[in-house]
Design a protein around this ligand. Sequence first.
Ligand SMILES: Nc1nc2c(ncn2[C@@H]2O[C@H](COP(=O)(O)OP(=O)(O)OP(=O)(O)O)[C@@H](O)[C@H]2O)c(=O)[nH]1
Ligand SMILES: [Mg+2]
Ligand SMILES: [Zn+2]
Length: 361
Amino acid sequence: MPLEDWGWDERWAAAFSAAAAEAAAAEKSLRPARIVEERRGLFFVVAADGEYAARVTGAMRHKAGGRGDLPAIGDWAAVEAVPGERATLIRALLPRRTKLSRQAAGEGVVEQVIGANLDTVFITTALNRDFNPRRLERFLAVGRESGAEPVLLLNKLDACPDPAQFLAEARAIAGGAAVAALSAKTGTGVESLSAWIRRGRTVGFVGASGVGKSTLVNRLLGSDVLAVRETRARDERGRHTTTHRELFLLPGGGVLLDTPGMREMKLWDAERGVAESFEEIEALGPSCRFADCRHDTEPGCAVKAAVAAGSVAAARLAAWRKLRSELDAKAARVSPAEKAAEKRRQREMNKDRRRKPEAGR
Ligand SMILES: Nc1nc2c(ncn2[C@@H]2O[C@H](COP(=O)(O)OP(=O)(O)OP(=O)(O)O)[C@@H](O)[C@H]2O)c(=O)[nH]1
Ligand SMILES: [Mg+2]
Ligand SMILES: [Zn+2]
């Protein structure tokens, strides 16, 4: 199976050459591979000649500045075969083009990469009580920050007697993001996803548990689900809800990432993502009396004036404030060294992003 099916291209080849050259001093024979499954620190990669279990070397673990530097699903890596073993060592990661991150649930300020090198993030919700504009705003901010294109998917259309109100609410907060209503169960509207799914492109499904992410993936895999399983040297997926991350290759082209439902989407770095998601508020900022106005208790606040005049929704301002204060709280807890390292990584990624050709849908 050619690596191009998994998204390999000339730019990845150039990045791989650079990484391999750096490691060549140790005369290792490195090969490119993509991380296609991740469960509890255990990885599976796909290389040109098939799938391998993979593990991170001690050296890589040692060099990592944080959990975000360790392999994540979707990463491209330089791997080294282990003689006599159907396993490989992950020696280096190729610089990520996009990175969907959140702050890991639980204590401490730890980054969790939900998916690397995604082209599209399908923010999935259901047209029922799960539908929550505030949660969608949060996912949109994180999706925009990732560098991938965020798209809002409103699933379970078949079970929704009146989708119009939901659609209007979704569009009101979507900014430039596309909104699609569909049913994974009946297939209605699923064909609209083909605008984003095609050979070499990677799309990820994120959202709360039970919204139908896995059902959508199954629907897209269609009658080939079993064949896909057969060609995979990994264990069977149970019928339980998703507990691990895995990439699926679509027979017609495209790579899908299914993720476990997320109860919490705590922001990691999302300055840009939040700013882009609340354009109506950001645009008014310069008109406030104070340059660092939090649009809270400050006098001469243009945003609060706009809320009073009805041109900015009060709920939007409240949501913006909540996300902003979360970012500030996180920044206060991160050490200067960590901050500098993250800035460097961000710069590299942005450089790479600028080189990226237009998505061209
Ligand atoms: N009526 C209806 N039910 C759906 C639809 N899509 C999924 N479901 C049902 O919703 C339930 C949850 O679906 P899953 O696909 O497991 O949801 P998930 O988002 O993958 O959940 P996690 O893996 O826990 O994150 C199942 O009972 C599905 O049959 C839909 O379009 N319409
Ligand atoms: Mg699932
Ligand atoms: Zn203000």
